[in-house]
Ligand binder design. Sequence first.
Ligand SMILES: NC(=O)c1ccc[n+]([C@@H]2O[C@H](COP(=O)([O-])OP(=O)(O)OC[C@H]3O[C@@H](n4cnc5c(N)ncnc54)[C@H](OP(=O)(O)O)[C@@H]3O)[C@@H](O)[C@H]2O)c1
Length: 350
Amino acid sequence: MTARSIPDRFAVADDGVDPDEVPKRALRTGARIPAIGLGTFGSDRYTPEDVAAAVLGAVSVGYRHIDCASVYGNERLVGRALQAILQGGIQREDLWITSKLWNDKHGEQDVIPACRRSLDDLQLEYLDLYLVHWPFPNYHPPGCDSTSRHPDAKAYHHDAYMKTWRQMERLVDLGLVRHIGTSNMTIPKLKRVLGDARIQPACNEMELHPHFQQPELFDYLVENGIAPIGYSPIGSPRRPERDRTPEDSVDIEDPVIAGIADRLDVHPAVVCVAWAIQRGQIPIPFSVRRPQYLASLRAAARVPLLTDDEMRAIGGIDRNCRLIKGHVFLWKNGQTWEDLWDPGGEITPP
Ligand SMILES: NC(=O)c1ccc[n+]([C@@H]2O[C@H](COP(=O)([O-])OP(=O)(O)OC[C@H]3O[C@@H](n4cnc5c(N)ncnc54)[C@H](OP(=O)(O)O)[C@@H]3O)[C@@H](O)[C@H]2O)c1
């Protein structure tokens, strides 16, 4: 597919879902975020053209929430799709668009220009949500393998993070961004940030799927008025090779998930999405295939879809199986990826 083949005419589909029937979650500001969004990371398999066409198709069937990031390398083409959507009659205030600050733009002087760049690429005047993508300022080139390390890689440094956060707060003051949030955080890091932030994070984006439920972090977020956005909600079956290890499990092959899928006559992926929404997180499944993203949205509009027993059964299959381990952000020799996630309950020292 070439850039020219992205459809530039938008029309609401006849067989889609009424966006008013898709649940919303209230944020601390009172704003309401659609309880499901479309992911846009192409996992090095799908081109920017594929992803932009999916954004257009997803909004045509009723999605109103799109999860973007500069590092996904497709915001310019996604912006063309958004432009077609807005010209096709969808109101800007009816869309929820998220983007993220990449790790090499944490410097005080870099945050606002990086956000403006995403806004230019996405052809928008404001973002609904802007996230600090990772708490580490450690750049690595797109597509590198998990053994890659940057020579200047650093541990989490709270004062440095707060300097970045002050610029995130300025983005709100400037009207460029409506909400700011964190991603890939832990409870010890969030405790520090919540204590020092002038504008509290509205959301935290984190890995969440049936085999990786992160119950402590989930509860901490809810108690502190931060909405959990769940990435890789289907267990990221198409994630790049560099993010695979032999011990990883496969959510959509779990017999509990497969059994519920049989009862509902849906793909196991749809059960993962329905479980996520029913539990209270905001899943952002990725797909470029219309039958898939439509099936996920239809399930969202039917939540609660799972019985209490089914919810309990899925609650019981957590394997603490983190898939996106973050190896490339390690900062010194002899560490394991667990060090990135503060396993001792304290921020891992430099
Ligand atoms: N904040 C962060 O650090 C971070 C990290 C990772 C991801 N994310 C975000 O989260 C999004 C989603 O995560 P992800 O892409 O890793 O994985 P995912 O959504 O768990 O899995 C996506 C794959 O699941 C399959 N799928 C999707 N819907 C389906 C359906 N209804 N029926 C059957 N199969 C279905 C598709 O496989 P096929 O392609 O084979 O059809 C698709 O490629 C990303 O796109 C990105 O926006 C954020």
